[in-house]
Write a protein of this length. Structure first.
Length: 116
């Protein structure tokens, strides 16, 4: 066999071995990536199922369907609390000036007096 041809064949064999190793490495990485993708898809499917269960629950449907009514009722409740608080606060003697002037407003159920 010609020595130059023999060298060429040896180079081709060594190159083929390197490619074979590289193909094995890439195939392993590909299979690992595919497994990760399947795991992620499985997790997403589980989360989607949980979300669907949550969306099908009665309280979630109530919240979504009656959200404007619930918001309005909550607003009315807050306003009622504010009215009650103001009423409780104004039913006491309120000092307008904290000092020597002694001006105060006394609000009772029967009358309102301004004392100086």
């Amino acid at each position: 066999m010609d020595p130059e041809l023999k060298k060429m064949v040896e180079r081709l064999i060594s190159q083929t071995e390197r490619w074979k190793d590289e193909i094995v490495t890439l195939t392993t990485q590909y299979n690992s990536a595919i497994e990760k993708v399947h795991d992620i898809q499985k997790e997403l499917a589980e989360k989607r199922d949980e979300l669907n269960k949550k969306k099908n629950s009665w309280w979630y449907q109530l919240l979504i369907n009656y959200k404007p009514i619930i918001s309005f009722a909550f607003g009315v409740f807050i306003v009622a609390l504010a009215v009650i608080a103001v009423d409780k606060y104004t039913s006491r003697n309120i000092s307008l000036f904290h000092g020597d002037s002694g001006v105060s407003i006394s609000n009772t159920a029967s009358s309102t007096k301004l004392e100086s």
